[in-house]
Design a protein. Structure first.
Length: 251
């Protein structure tokens, strides 16, 4: 059985970059099928790896897995850059924590989606599967996908993310361009800490998705979340400056 899920862009188009996706607690590679297809449609090479178990896999081992995953996407000319790591939930924490280390893979940018908060008030509480789904998403399609996937580990949001990993994620002052993506209805997020984390980084962007829950890449607003990720990816070619300026009379 393959250890990756791969998504390729339309035939004949030049690949615009490589995206490695790191799932979070309880998630599988299939959780990111919709997201992977959407980015691939914009001519990005997308590869989803297995979610790390941070209780048994240290960051050095994860870095090695990411390096191997990136290298195996390479054609004759090597890995297509920019190379971007997208982490969700505990995957986001692990990716962020790697940035101040000597990683096995050197990303050109990272996307941290649904980074869990450090404070006790942002921890999940044990409950039914429906209650866990309510924390994760209000999207019927995503709720169904999680429920029907036999490899999804229910109750996983009650697993604590190691404090050392969360601490490294929030305290990082990395210069690697970073998109912090969070839903404003995410009960596991610490919005104040995220705002501080964005300000403490040299090149960071904090995007809040209105109405989205913890699984911000897979909630009802998944199209807007994916579009925000693609917009961020495109700014990497323009010194992180948006290519479009919006002026509207709607507000």
């Amino acid at each position: 059985m393959t250890q990756y899920s791969d998504y390729f862009g339309p035939e004949g188009l030049r690949v615009r970059g490589t995206v490695l996706v790191v799932p979070g607690r309880g998630e599988t590679r299939s959780t990111y099928t919709r997201f992977g297809r959407r980015l691939a449609a914009d001519a990005y090479r997308v590869r989803v790896i297995d979610a790390p178990d941070l209780d048994t896999e240290d960051l050095t081992a994860l870095a090695a897995r990411l390096s191997e995953a990136a290298e195996e996407t390479a054609a004759d000319d090597g890995v297509v850059r920019p190379l971007v790591l997208v982490g969700a939930d505990s995957g986001a924490a692990a990716v962020a924590a790697l940035l101040d280390r000597e990683p096995g893979v050197r990303p050109d940018a990272v996307v941290l989606a649904g980074l869990p908060g450090r404070s006790p008030g942002t921890a999940a509480t044990a409950g039914t599967w429906d209650e866990e789904l309510d924390v994760r998403t209000s999207c019927p399609a995503h709720r169904g996908a999680l429920t029907e996937d036999p490899e999804v580990r229910r109750g996983s949001l009650d697993d604590a993310v190691p404090e050392a990993v969360l601490g490294a994620a929030y305290d990082s002052e990395t210069a690697v361009p970073t998109l912090l993506l969070v839903g404003d209805a995410d009960p596991l997020a610490d919005h104040e800490a995220l705002a501080h984390a964005a300000k403490s980084r040299a090149s960071a962007r904090l995007s809040v998705v209105h109405g989205a829950h913890h699984d911000v890449l897979n909630d009802l607003q998944h199209r807007s979340a994916a579009a925000e990720v693609v917009t961020f990816l495109e700014t990497l070619r323009n010194d992180l400056r948006p290519l479009v300026t919006v002026r509207s009379s709607a507000w």
